[in-house]
Design a protein around this ligand. Structure first.
Ligand SMILES: NC(=O)c1ccc[n+]([C@@H]2O[C@H](COP(=O)([O-])OP(=O)(O)OC[C@H]3O[C@@H](n4cnc5c(N)ncnc54)[C@H](OP(=O)(O)O)[C@@H]3O)[C@@H](O)[C@H]2O)c1
Length: 380
């Protein structure tokens, strides 16, 4: 099942609020940041908000730039991203701007909410999901039925909190405004409750950039999945390993591979790439593992991200990488690309060797293209 990439986007005050308690919407961003948000919207397939934001802000959620809309049309996309609202109660104003501007709209609701929305004549596709709202069901429906690959979530606090707490957010984009709200009852970007990994889990900063007088901070999650279950962070770590593979010295006789070892709490333990430090035959997983104490207790619950399936046979050294991983006690491996027979016959055997000894091997084929990128000269 392919869920969309979920990007949580908001402007926040220095003290973590999305708004104040006054009747008017507090504008935290400036013109430059609104333009940045417009660009992010234009690059999304859908924009989602919670009913609280719809009721409080009455937003239109459009791509405002005519050039960006023209670019979408030229790319064969609808002029505007799909607008998505989420409401359990169905208590939404049919006259709100949300329903009467832009392109297609869908509202996810409960069975009771659907009755109410249909009765009110809401101008949107109403999708009831039973007695309660359920985020995995909403995302699965958006992915499978609506074909949404990139979903931008524009609040409010309850929606952001739930998606992050349920481990469903792929990226956070915060525009931190030089403003202090200082009101306990104002809505916060993230509420109380348990977040994956707890307060010791650290997100990874992807980018920081001043935009006018706000600072954009982009974070990605770091917590590996468990067993065969894939977490958003699995995709980020594998993408990072693909970037690492680009640093390999070129070779005509071996693949360029990147590998990262990540502890169960999301801490990066080591990384490596092929032919690192002038060693002409070292493999990525081998280079990464060599940086760790073999007795490190975190290895047993770590995940190893390797752009290429760990090798099961190799001419250059006695131990193939699958064996090195098993000997290190690694129990979970995420990889993008099965090994082709370029250098060894029936090469695609490392995943099976690992699985035969109880290791969870997860293949994310959507990263195969990135993993192959530095190896094009070796492929037919
Ligand atoms: N600064 C920014 O960038 C920004 C962006 C967006 C919003 N905001 C601010 O955020 C505030 C609104 O945030 P909010 O937290 O009050 O509301 P919200 O997150 O926008 O919406 C919450 C509502 O969504 C529905 N909902 C979502 N998940 C649900 C679930 N799992 N089960 C049942 N219902 C669910 C419920 O609707 P029903 O009540 O209809 O059942 C719930 O009341 C406003 O003050 C707005 O100005 C700021």
């Amino acid at each position: 099942m392919s869920l969309p990439y979920v990007l949580l986007s908001a402007a926040v005050s220095l003290d973590g609020y999305l708004d104040d308690t006054g009747p008017e919407r507090l504008l935290l961003s400036g013109p430059a940041d609104f333009d940045r948000v417009d660009e992010v919207r234009a690059a999304s397939d859908a924009i989602l908000i919670g009913a609280g934001t719809l009721r409080t802000d009455n937003p239109r959620l459009l791509v405002n730039s005519p050039e960006r809309r023209a670019t979408r049309i030229a790319a064969g996309l609808p002029e505007y991203p799909l607008k998505v609202a989420v409401s359990a109660s169905g208590d939404l104003d049919p006259a709100a701007q949300f329903w009467h501007t832009g392109g297609e709209k869908v509202v996810y609701t409960t069975d009771k909410g659907a009755e109410r929305l249909r009765g009110a004549g809401i101008a949107a596709d109403v999708v009831p999901l039973g007695t309660e709202l359920d985020w995995p069901a909403i995302l699965a429906h958006l992915g499978a039925v609506r074909g949404i690959r990139r979903l931008m979530v524009e609040g409010g606090g309850r929606v952001h909190t739930q998606l992050l707490q349920q481990g469903l957010a792929d990226e956070l984009q915060l525009a931190v405004a030089p403003v202090l709200v200082g009101e306990t009852d104002a809505p916060r970007m993230f509420g109380t409750g348990a977040y994956p990994g707890g307060p010791r889990n650290r997100l990874r900063v992807l980018e920081t950039r001043p935009v006018g007088d706000v600072v954009l901070i982009r974070y990605v999650p770091t917590l590996p999945g468990t067993g065969p279950a894939v977490s958003p962070a699995d995709r980020h770590w594998l993408a990072l390993a693909c970037e690492l593979a680009l640093a390999c010295p070129p070779s005509r006789t071996a693949f360029s591979v990147g590998a990262i070892v990540v502890a169960a709490d999301g801490t990066e333990l080591a990384r490596g790439h092929s032919r690192e430090d002038g060693d002409p035959v070292v493999h990525a997983e081998e280079a990464a593992l060599a940086k760790l104490d073999p007795a490190d207790p975190r290895l047993a619950s770590a995940t190893v991200y390797s752009t290429l399936e760990p090798c099961a046979r190799r001419a250059s050294r006695p131990d193939p990488c699958a064996r090195l991983l098993l000997d290190a006690g690694v129990r979970r491996v995420v990889t993008a690309w099965r090994e082709p027979d370029t250098f060894v016959e029936n090469a695609a055997a490392g995943n099976a060797m690992l699985a035969a000894e109880g290791v969870d091997v997860v293949v994310l084929p959507e990263y195969e293209g990135l993993a192959k990128a530095p190896n094009g000269h070796l492929l037919p």
